[in-house]
Ligand binder design. Structure first.
Ligand SMILES: Cc1cc2nc3c(=O)[nH]c(=O)nc-3n(C[C@H](O)[C@H](O)[C@H](O)COP(=O)(O)OP(=O)(O)OC[C@H]3O[C@@H](n4cnc5c(N)ncnc54)[C@H](O)[C@@H]3O)c2cc1C
Length: 447
C-alpha cells in the first residue's frame, strides 16, 4: 500500500468511526501526525504509513505449519496490517479500544478457538497460536483483548459452563458481537490468587456476590464476565458467568495511567450485594483448580505473544536499518548494528522454537502445567531482551511509536507479568522438576 492509499484507509476508518459515534476531534490529528512524521523524518517509513514487511521468519516457521494454520496466519496478518496498523497508534496514545475492529475480527474466523459447535471456529491450538502471533505482531493490546475474550472467557464457558450458558453466549462471543472478560485477580491477591476474598453467599434462587477485582481486561465494555468468588459457607472457590451491562450491584472503573497495553481496557470491578441467579453459576467450577483450568492452554497461547511482538519489532528494525543513513551509509552497513540485528533474529528463532514445541505437545495432549509455564516465562524474558535491543537500534526513534518499536517495547513489559508473572511461572516449572513447591517463603526468622 502506498502512502496516499494508507492515509485514505485512515480517513475511511475515521468516517466509519463517526458513523458509529466513536469520533473525537483528536482523530483528525492522527492523519496530520501521520503526514507530519513522513515529512519531518523522510529517511524512514512510519509503521502507520506502511507496516514493515515480515522478515523475521528466518528458520521457516511456515514450513512447520499445516495449510490451514498458514491460512489463519496470513488472514490475520492481512487484517492487522491493513485495518489495524493505520489507526492503532492513535488508540494507544489515547488509551482507547478500537471498537470498530470487532466486526472484522469476527469475520477472520478466529473466535471460539478450540471450541466445537455453537458457531465457534474450533481452531486447533496451533491455528489459535498463529492468530495470536499475527495479532501481537501489529498490536499486543488487541492480542491481549483476544486472549482474555477467547482463550479465557469463551474457553471457560465451554469447559465448565452449562449447556444453556454455552448456547446463550458462545455463538455471540465467537463473532465478537459480545466481548468477554475473565475476572480472577483482586487488589490484595495477585500471584496468590488462590487466596481470593470475593464472597459468594447462597440465598434463595441464587447467590450474593461481594468484593473487588482488579486488572480485568475488557471489563469496561464487556458483555459477559466469568468471575470467581469464595463460598461463604464452604470456603471453596466458585465460578459465575454474569452480564455486566445489566448486572445489579456491578460497578467498573477503567484503570488509568498505564505505560503498557494502553489499548487494553483494564478495569477495577466492585460487586456490592450483587444477586446472581443459580442459572448463572458455572456448574463445573467448584474449586480454584477448576476455576483456573482455562489457564493451562492459554499459557501456551500467551507464549506466542512475545513471539508476535518480537517479530513486529524485528521487522521494523530491519527496515529502519536499510532506510536510515548516517556517516554516508545505511545504518544496516554498520557492524555493531548488524550484530544487534542478528542477536535479535537469533533470539526470535529460539522463541519460535520454544513456543512451537510447547504447542505441538499441547496438541498431542502431552503438555504439563510446568512446560506451559516454562515456555511462557522463558519467551517473555527473551522477548524483553529482544525489545530492548530494538529500542536501542533505532536511536531516538526507538521511543516514538510512529516507528512501531516504542509501543511494542512498552507492551512487551506487561506480558512478563500477566497470566502468572515470570517468577511464578518459573516456580510452577521448578515444582514439576524438583517436586518441591517454593511459592510460600518460610516465616521463620533467622537468628
Ligand atoms: C496488562 C495486564 C492485564 C491483566 N489482565 C487480567 C485479567 O484479564 N484478569 C485477571 O484476573 N487478571 C489480570 N491481570 C492480573 C495479573 O494476572 C496479575 O498482575 C499477576 O498475577 C501478578 O499479580 P500482581 O500484579 O498483583 O503482582 P504480585 O503478586 O504482587 O507480585 C509482585 C512481584 O512479586 C513477585 N512474586 C510474587 N509472589 C512470588 C513468589 N511466591 N515467589 C517469588 N516472587 C514472587 C512477582 O513475580 C512480582 O515480581 C492482568 C495484569 C496486567 C498487568
Amino acid at each position: 500500500m502506498n502512502a496516499d492509499r494508507r492515509i485514505s484507509v485512515i480517513q475511511r476508518h475515521l468516517r466509519r468511526e463517526s458513523a458509529e459515534d466513536y469520533a473525537a476531534p483528536i482523530h483528525k490529528l492522527a492523519v496530520n501526525a501521520t503526514k507530519a512524521t513522513s515529512e519531518a523524518f523522510p529517511q524512514a517509513t512510519s509503521a502507520v504509513i506502511k507496516f514493515p514487511e515480515n522478515k523475521g521468519d528466518y528458520f521457516d516457521l511456515d514450513g512447520m505449519l499445516t495449510p490451514s494454520a498458514k491460512a489463519v496466519r496470513y488472514r490475520v496478518r492481512e487484517f492487522m496490517e491493513n485495518e489495524a496498523a493505520p489507526i492503532i497508534n492513535d488508540y494507544w496514545e489515547r488509551a482507547d479500544f478500537p471498537q470498530q475492529l470487532r466486526a472484522g475480527l469476527g469475520k477472520l474466523g478466529i473466535g471460539g478457538a478450540g471450541i466445537k459447535g455453537y458457531g465457534c471456529s474450533g481452531l486447533s491450538v496451533m491455528e489459535e497460536a498463529m492468530a495470536m502471533m499475527e495479532l501481537a505482531r501489529v498490536d499486543a493490546s488487541l492480542a491481549l483483548a483476544y486472549l482474555v475474550h477467547d482463550s479465557l472467557c469463551a474457553h471457560t464457558i465451554d469447559k465448565v459452563g452449562s449447556e444453556e450458558q454455552k448456547q446463550k453466549y458462545l455463538p455471540k462471543l465467537s463473532t465478537f458481537e459480545y466481548m468477554g472478560c475473565w475476572a480472577l485477580t483482586e487488589p490484595d491477591w495477585g500471584s496468590d490468587a488462590a487466596s481470593l476474598a470475593m464472597t459468594a453467599t447462597k440465598v434463595d434462587g441464587g447467590w450474593r456476590l461481594d468484593g473487588c477485582k482488579r486488572w480485568i481486561g475488557n471489563s469496561t465494555f464487556a458483555d459477559v464476565c466469568c468471575i470467581y468468588a469464595r463460598g461463604s459457607e464452604d470456603g471453596q472457590v466458585k465460578g459465575f458467568v454474569i452480564e455486566p451491562k445489566t448486572q445489579q450491584g456491578w460497578t467498573v472503573e477503567k484503570m488509568e495511567n498505564k505505560v503498557a497495553m494502553r489499548i487494553t481496557q483494564n478495569g477495577d470491578i466492585t460487586l456490592t450485594n450483587a444477586f446472581v441467579p443459580d442459572s448463572q453459576r458455572l456448574p463445573g467450577a467448584n474449586s480454584f483448580a477448576d476455576a483456573t483450568g482455562a489457564l493451562a492452554t492459554s499459557r501456551v497461547i500467551v507464549a506466542w505473544q512475545p513471539v508476535g511482538i518480537g517479530m513486529g519489532i524485528y521487522d521494523a528494525c530491519h527496515r529502519y536499518l536499510m532506510e536510515r543513513r548516517q556517516f554516508g551509509a545505511p545504518l544496516g552497513a554498520m557492524q555493531i548494528q548488524q550484530e544487534r540485528l542478528m542477536r535479535m533474529l537469533g533470539t526470535l528463532q529460539a522463541m519460535i522454537g520454544m513456543a512451537h514445541r510447547a504447542t505441538v505437545l499441547a496438541e498431542e495432549g502431552r503438555l504439563t502445567p510446568g512446560k506451559a509455564s516454562l515456555a511462557k516465562a522463558w519467551n517473555t524474558s527473551a522477548g524483553r531482551q529482544l525489545a530492548s535491543l530494538g529500542r536501542e537500534l533505532m536511536g531516538g526513534n526507538g521511543i516514538i511509536h510512529d516507528f512501531h518499536v516504542a509501543k511494542a517495547f512498552c507492551d512487551m513489559e506487561a506480558v512478563h507479568t500477566y497470566e502468572g508473572t515470570y517468577d511464578v511461572n518459573m516456580l510452577v516449572a521448578a515444582r514439576e522438576m524438583t517436586g518441591v513447591a517454593a511459592f510460600k517463603p518460610s516465616a521463620r526468622k533467622s537468628k
